[in-house]
Design a protein around this ligand. Structure first.
Ligand SMILES: [Zn+2]
Length: 206
């Protein structure tokens, strides 16, 4: 499970000194053009900034911005709103690693029975780009940073990973399993994004 769909790429270390601006409706978007050895132009939205990764010979980035205007608007405003909401959230710093791990195993026990799946091994790691991951052998990784989140979101992430033992892909079948159990799953995803912003800020992910 990715932390955000926007952060799927590896974290680029880029200085923000070449930021340009443009406006879409009411939204001011800051962006940077980066020329790289890539075949095709690529757009990445990260912490509210837009990066245009372009092949070395590519020089009409305005056209690219125009073409993807709606996509950019959607992504950037989602992130900016989450960042705004992140200001009203705080992390749970009371929960120890030990308590967190036993909470995870409680949820794993309960949910694996519910979904009738078998979990092989559980591992914990600090990760900057995903809440968890799952292999088809039933091995599951959970992000240790989850310990700072409310327990209902931790439960949701556990359910997400275990649902992958029923359906590997993020397809319609998968989201049906999720929505049968969490009819407010869109809200949960949104909450996760907001908490990601809090974590990113407090633990300096970027
Ligand atoms: Zn997933």
């Amino acid at each position: 499970m990715k932390l955000t769909s926007e952060s799927k790429s590896k974290f680029l270390k880029i200085k923000n000194c070449n930021m340009k601006k443009f406006k879409i409706k009411d939204l001011e978007v800051e962006y940077e053009v980066i020329h790289r050895k890539v075949k095709y132009p690529r757009l990445e939205v990260k912490t509210g900034y837009l990066y245009l990764i372009l092949p070395k010979s590519y020089n009409n980035h305005q056209e690219l911005l125009k073409k993807h205007e709606n996509w950019i608007y959607k992504k950037v405003s989602l992130i900016k709103n989450s960042q705004k909401e992140a200001l009203n959230k705080s992390l749970n710093t009371e929960r120890t690693d030990e308590k967190f791990k036993s909470l995870i195993s409680l949820y794993v026990d309960r949910i694996s029975q519910e979904l009738n799946v078998t979990v092989n091994q559980i591992h914990f790691r600090r990760m900057k780009s995903r809440w968890g991951s799952c292999s088809c052998q039933g091995n599951i990784n959970f992000n240790l940073y989850l310990k700072y989140l409310p327990s209902n979101l931790i439960e949701y992430v556990v359910f997400h990973e275990l649902a992958h033992l029923v359906e590997m892909g993020h397809n319609k079948k998968f989201w049906n399993i999720i929505s049968n159990r969490f009819n407010d799953y869109k809200e949960k995803e949104n909450e996760l994004l907001i908490y990601y912003m809090v974590l990113a800020k407090e633990h300096q992910f970027f």
